[in-house]
Design a protein around this ligand. Structure first.
Ligand SMILES: C[S@@+](CC[C@H](N)C(=O)[O-])C[C@H]1O[C@@H](n2cnc3c(N)ncnc32)[C@H](O)[C@@H]1O
Length: 197
């Protein structure tokens, strides 16, 4: 029997609700990936807070030239089943293990080269970070190339949106996603200048 991928049960949801959320988010992320793909070659992708690799799979399938790195604490409250080995197994099952790699790391302490990634993606992660998320947004900006995109799906406060607008150019704010609370949206941000004054 063919094995299936398993992306876990999110905090405060049942397994069925988590599956429903993922099927809605797949559709929504695909729409924004299509927008980015129009004019851009996407080769280096980071999934910040990748969990068991849900968005890594989607990005690797959507951007056929991309190498994807997923980073996560693996095993925090918001996805207690988080486990790097299960994430790797998922990518094997999806036939993506050559292009998707995982690193156990804290996104508030990431240490990648500056101006490196074409795309950083993330879903349901930054709201877990408390105030540290503001510094993390700025670190994401540093590791993106100029012209690169940050696609983040999360529960945003007005302060989050103001901070993000100060760091990036906001091109899409896609709210009203089926099954998701109203504060959830997928925001597409573009790094437009190398240095902020
Ligand atoms: C709700 S899960 C979402 C996982 C995945 N993005 C998805 O959509 O299936 C949130 C993830 O963020 C991770 N996370 C939370 N704080 C983190 C941190 N400081 N550094 C890295 N990962 C973190 C958790 O371990 C968990 O896997």
């Amino acid at each position: 029997m063919q094995e299936s991928t398993y992306y876990g049960t999110y905090h405060h949801t049942t397994p069925e609700q988590s599956e429903t959320i993922r099927s809605e988010l797949r559709v929504a992320f695909e729409e924004v990936f299509a927008y980015i793909f129009q004019e851009n070659v996407i080769e280096k992708v980071l999934d910040a807070g990748c969990g068991l690799g849900f968005l890594c799979e989607q990005a690797a399938k959507f951007f056929p030239k991309a190498s994807v790195i997923g980073i996560d604490l693996f095993g925090s409250n918001s996805l207690p089943e988080g486990d790097l080995k299960i994430a790797e197994k998922n990518m094997q099952i999806a036939g993506l293990n050559k292009r998707v790699k995982f690193i156990k790391s804290d996104i508030t302490k990431i240490n990648f080269q500056e101006n490196y990634f074409d795309l950083v993606i993330s879903s349901l992660v930054f709201h877990n970070l408390g105030k540290a998320r503001y510094k993390a947004y700025s670190k994401i900006r540093d590791i993106l190339k100029t012209g690169g995109f940050f696609v983040i799906g999360d529960f945003f406060t007005p302060e989050d949106k103001e901070t993000l607008k100060g760091l990036f150019s906001m091109t899409i704010d896609k709210g009203n996603i089926n099954q998701m609370p109203t504060q959830y949206s997928i925001i597409v941000l573009k790094k437009i200048n190398a240095k902020l004054s």
